[in-house]
Design a protein around this ligand. Structure first.
Ligand SMILES: CC(C)(COP(=O)(O)OP(=O)(O)OC[C@H]1O[C@@H](n2cnc3c(N)ncnc32)[C@H](O)[C@@H]1OP(=O)(O)O)[C@@H](O)C(=O)NCCC(=O)NCCSC(=O)CCC(=O)c1ccccc1C(=O)O
Length: 271
């Protein structure tokens, strides 16, 4: 792929090519742990990829081959309820990023080489698909390092691998290799490290051949199943957008603008 830079950041790399955006956490010296700035930059890049109609699929990955992401940067974790940004403000902004990735109406694929651990493990879980290299290792560490993700990190994991396995992952803090992760349905494919990017791009290109609206509504429907009214709102927003594209929806708007009564009688009441 002839990746072209799509923006300059400090903690991440952002590239695009052939309808695919590639976002990489670029802090390999700390196994791609995220600090508040990293998360802010990730959110900026995801927003750009969301709004860019030439982008049909997004890859989230980590720089280098040792880690996808090792979670929150424990060196900036304060005693006051969060991770400190440059101004010393403590917060937990990775939760905003999790919701953003889920709500983004395009497929997001985690491309995992090396460790996907702690909050980094939750990030791959949040992505729609995960392609892993044969050196990938997965796991949660929260109960060992004094943290937990009782939101998507627990509930979505249970829906993905089953409740017994999800409890095992959180209660024992073990690590699982790529084949074990595949066997438990945590990831979609395992390939040799040298083939990781080619394989991930291949999956993205396959999706680029398919109907973007169908993929968008399907993604929202999977969220609706887990996210309650917020998920239904997302799914329903797609229905409203499609309705706006119909002559029937447009008749309502046109009648109001033309200060006349709408004529909905000309539209069939379909069985
Ligand atoms: C990932 C490891 C298994 C890799 O092991 P190894 O290859 O042997 O490398 P190391 O020598 O251990 O590490 C190399 C280098 O990187 C530094 N480093 C690694 N991980 C981190 C990290 N998470 N934070 C800061 N620095 C890190 C390490 O210190 C080394 O540097 P030195 O200078 O040599 O010291 C292993 O590294 C490992 O286990 N890492 C820790 C994994 C972990 O426990 N992560 C945190 C889990 S908690 C979390 O992620 C919170 C998520 C979150 O944000 C959240 C979620 C839900 C609700 C709220 C929140 C919230 O925001 O708090």
């Amino acid at each position: 792929m002839n990746w072209k830079s799509a923006g300059a950041f400090d903690d991440i790399l952002f590239h695009q090519a052939e309808g695919i955006a590639r976002i990489a956490i670029n802090r390999p010296e700390v196994r791609n742990a995220f600090r508040p700035q990293t998360v802010r930059e990730l959110m900026d890049a995801f927003h750009q990829a969301h709004m860019d109609s030439s982008v049909g699929a997004i890859i989230l990955t980590g720089a280098g081959d040792q880690a996808f992401c090792s979670g929150g940067d424990q060196k900036v974790r304060g005693d006051d309820g969060g991770y400190h940004d440059e101004q010393g403000v403590p917060y937990l902004n990775v939760l905003d990023l999790q919701r953003q990735i889920r709500g983004l109406p395009k497929p997001v694929v985690a491309m995992v080489a090396g460790y996907a651990i702690g909050g980094g493990h939750v990030l791959h879980l949040i992505c729609d698909l995960t392609i892993a290299a044969d050196n990938a290792r997965f796991g949660q560490t929260g109960p060992r390092v004094g943290s937990f993700d009782a939101g998507f990190g627990a509930g979505l994991l249970a829906r993905t691998v089953g409740i017994k396995k999800a409890k095992e992952i959180w209660f024992l803090c073990r690590q699982y290799d790529a084949e074990e992760a595949l066997a438990m349905g945590l990831i979609n494919a395992v390939v040799p490290l040298a083939e990781l990017e080619n394989e991930t791009v291949k999956w993205c290109k396959e999706m680029l051949q398919l109907s973007p609206t169908a993929l968008r509504v399907l993604k929202a429907s999977f969220n609706a199943d887990t996210d309650g009214l917020a998920g239904i709102q997302e799914l329903a927003g797609n229905a409203t957008a499609l309705y706006y594209m119909t002559p029937e929806g447009q008749e309502g708007r046109n009648a109001w603008l033309e200060k006349r009564a709408p004529d909905f009688g000309k539209f069939p009441r379909r069985p």
